[in-house]
Ligand binder design. Structure first.
Ligand code: GRF
Length: 202
């Protein structure tokens, strides 16, 4: 059974959707995976409480308590590594985790780190995706689940979901329409990734 560790910074609605999907009957047997821990870099992240209510182990590794990005990442990687199993390397899932990760972290877990980005990559990597999509006159926006590589928001795409942009949309209304679809595409992408991984490892 593979352990999944989910990293969050805030609301945790994507994390909750993944947990909910993983609680479906026979899901763990089918995908040989289990959400083992939710780690936040912020102690006040609302998602921590949601995870605890679901009986999931949680931890806080506050980036402000470390002198350098490298020291923070090293502590985070060590904590995640507790969940490695000999036959099943841990899957790290970034779900609204608002820290940029350097190559020393991503290389340690790659290609077993996934992220969700609220745009149809390769369009609009980085911040303010919804406003940028509106400003560009896009008729469709969406979300992308991709493998994390050192290049921000540029790793191989696992799955995407398309959302229409309405004439009256603001960044907020578009963000909330995209977010509801993120809750569909992220569990689906993880399932797809796990199924492909099990084919490779037999
Ligand atoms: C999502 O829109 C995600 O794509 C972005 O941050 C937001 C996190 O929302 N990276 P939540 O914490 O999962 O509710």
């Amino acid at each position: 059974m593979r352990n999944i560790v989910i990293l969050i910074s805030g609301g945790g609605s994507n994390m909750a959707a993944i947990v909910q999907a993983s609680r479906r009957e026979a899901w763990e047997e089918k995908y040989q995976a289990h959400v083992a821990c939710v780690i936040s870099n912020r102690g006040d992240a609302k998602g921590l409480r949601i995870a605890q209510e679901q009986g999931i182990e949680t931890d806080v590794i506050d980036h402000n308590s470390f002198a350098s990005r490298q020291a923070f990442e090293s502590a985070l990687a060590d904590r995640i590594s507790v969940f490695e199993r000999p036959d099943f390397p841990v899957l790290v899932v970034l779900a609204g985790f608002m820290r940029i990760l350097t190559s020393s972290f991503t290389n340690r877990f790659s290609p077993r780190i996934l992220n969700i980005h609220p745009s149809l990559l390769p369009a609009f990597p980085g911040l303010h995706t919804h406003q940028r999509a509106i400003d560009a006159g896009c008729k469709y926006a969406g979300a992308t689940v991709h493998v994390v590589t050192p290049a921000l928001d540029h790793g191989p795409i696992v799955d995407q979901i398309v959302v229409p942009v309405m004439a009256q949309d603001t960044a907020q209304t578009l963000a909330s329409r995209v977010l509801t679809q993120e809750h569909l595409v992220y569990p689906r992408a993880i399932e797809r990734w796990l199924a492909a991984e099990s084919l490779q490892t037999g």
